[in-house]
Design a protein around this ligand. Sequence first.
Ligand code: SF4
Length: 424
Amino acid sequence: MPEIAVRMTKRNHNAFVHLLGALESQGYDLEKLLITKDFSEILKARPKVVLYSFFTEEIWGNLPEEIKLLKEGGSLLIAGGYHAIAMPKHTLNQLGFDIAVIGEGEEVIYQLLTALERSGYRITRDLLSIPGLAFYLNGEFVFTGFAKVEDFWRFPPYPESVRLISPIEITRGCPFGCYYCQTPYIKGLRMRHRPIDQIVKYSRRMKDMRYITPNAFAYGSPGAILKLSKLEALLKALQPLRKEGRRLFYGTFPSEVRPEFVLPETLELLIDYADNRRLAIGAQSGDDAMLKAMHRLHRVEHVRRAVEYMLEYGFEPVVDFIVGLPNESKESQKKSIELMRWIMRKGGKVRAHYFMPLPGTPWARCKPSPLSEEMRRFLGRMAAKGKIEGSWGKQIELSQRLQRLMEEFYEEPMSHTVPVRDVC
Ligand code: SF4
């Protein structure tokens, strides 16, 4: 029976596939792991160690029950992912994990597993020399520093010995630093890109080629500007795979593009080289003052222009909004309603989300604003007609839970590159 289990879920699938690729490429034998989405299999195996990766929203799901059962069986529990990075003390003290992985996990996880094997799966002083860990040693909280993996492409996106694939992470980091988003504060403000030949090599394994990136049109650039030649080189390099029957989805699920990058030249590339005729962009608000307050660094006019261009070139725009933003007045919400209406009239789709104060972000301690009567009625009507997607209704409750969590357990974020300013 394997002594180490990997608790895969639908939500952490992509992260673990990439981590398993990294582990294997450093010489770790994946045969030693039980990798499964079936929790009962893990429970039955009574492993010495179980690896988890999760978002904060998941701490109100099955997670506490799973932790309790595994602890009763004596397993050592390791947590990675956004919640553990942003709230290591909560992860250890409240959730009951033994070790939190803080930062980019590729190297840490290899070093941690080999060290634990040496020590008979006990927390010892050996772990002090591994950057990227938080744990208790003799009752003292220890943090060994944020783990950074600048050149993440040193590690393949998939393992060879286990048949697992996922969309490929082609870009890591984001320079925009939107105040509600965890990505730049955890993955860094500098964009780094997986080289084209590697993307092509691993894309062969996908039937539908899909990619993970915060802004698909920024491929090859430092992040805030367009580098058309690099983007074109990537899309061109994938064409032989398309000719073999694979479809290429670019700038749509699970990634999106920023509105100011939607230009005739980028859309023309998609027409020539990609199969999707849908593009996802983040508008977030119809009010320039709110966009400024959330550090989006684009304006409403960029959203309108992007939607016009998409329609002109035959793309269906899918536009994300966040409602209930901190300090969002009724007038601001009115402006968002106007923009949503305009997008729908033009034939675009709107996805509405309620503001969530996520740990590790500058807006972690900000309060969501209540929805105006007009906004409530508008979203309800549009959802009933099937014109607006999104789960703002459920997210209102989740947002309240997050607020209470922040009030009770707030932790200063251990940022990747920049101090995370508390701007509430
Ligand atoms: S929301 Fe998008 S653009 Fe803004 S920081 Fe996050 S990843 Fe970057």
